[in-house]
Design a protein around this ligand. Structure first.
Ligand code: ADP
Ligand code: ADP
Length: 229
């Protein structure tokens, strides 16, 4: 389960300036859909509406047929793991920031060990250890490092729905490969919405939507869209 649907969703941050102008699509349960398109098209806005940072001005967003407006914020956020463009961390240790996503979410010890091994690899790529305090009175992490903490948190939480917002954009290309592998493993079998700038980074998506000025202007498989370019 975890099927996500947008039905004719409209939204603007300020009155008189519509950012999403009737967006409809579905991410079937367990599938991966990617949204690509130019900067400012409204891609991140879609992820923010799904996580309910904002409400649509009209239209509906549903998970398994249920309008997310009727779901409690707590259960919505337990069901969705989000790796945002700009990760905000708590002024606490790296370990705290990862555990916040639910250290003990799983009772399956084998599964838990596999996840922790993945997280260890990601943390090993940071110059700091788990117990290092970060934030105002601790170490300042770069954008890419913060994103790695957010990815580790999401891997641990292993929610049924994932939102990956340009999840590897702030990483150097060496780290990007490692992170991409980890994200591919975690997204297998989960409903995943990937927000990306470039078509080349979303080869594995089941469907790709091209968003432009708040509208879906094209959709298809990766090979189909490449062929049309
Ligand atoms: P994309 O992810 O495709 O680059 P966004 O969804 O981030 O696009 O932004 C779409 C439009 O909404 C842009 O014109 C952006 O300036 C505007 N926008 C984004 N966030 C806000 C905000 N918090 N308040 C007002 N306008 C915003
Ligand atoms: P990236 O190119 O990966 O985004 P940055 O150039 O932002 O990296 O940072 C490189 C290194 O400098 C990182 O290890 C980061 O932890 C450290 N760093 C970045 N900003 C600060 C800061 N304000 N104070 C201390 N260390 C910092």
């Amino acid at each position: 389960d975890g099927a996500v649907r947008f039905e004719d969703v409209r939204f603007g941050y300020v009155p008189g300036r519509e950012i999403l102008r009737g967006v409809s699509f579905e991410v079937p349960a367990g599938r991966t859909v990617a949204i690509v398109g130019p900067s400012g098209a409204g891609k991140s806005t879609i992820s923010r509406l799904l996580y309910r940072f904002y409400e649509p001005s009209s239209g509906r967003i549903t998970i398994d047929g249920q309008d997310i407006a009727a779901v409690s914020q707590a259960s919505l956020r337990a069901a969705i793991g989000m790796v945002p463009q700009d990760t905000v961390l708590f002024n606490d240790t790296i370990a705290y920031n990862i555990r916040y996503g639910r250290w003990d979410a799983t009772k399956d010890q084998v599964e838990a060990a596999a996840r922790l091994a993945q997280i260890d690899r990601i943390i090993a790529s940071l110059p700091q250890g788990y117990e290092t305090p970060v934030g105002e009175r601790g170490l300042k992490l770069s954008g890419g490092e913060k994103q790695r903490v957010a990815i580790a948190r999401t891997i641990l939480k292993a929610p049924p729905i994932l939102i990956l917002d340009e999840a590897t954009s702030a990483l150097d290309s060496f780290t990007e490969r490692e992170i991409q592998d980890a994200l591919e493993r975690i997204s297998r079998g989960r409903t995943t919405l990937v927000i990306a700038h470039r078509l080349s980074t979303v080869v594995n998506a089941d469907e790709i939507l091209v968003l432009d000025k708040g509208r879906v202007v094209e959709r298809g498989s990766h090979p189909a869209l490449i062929a049309r370019q």
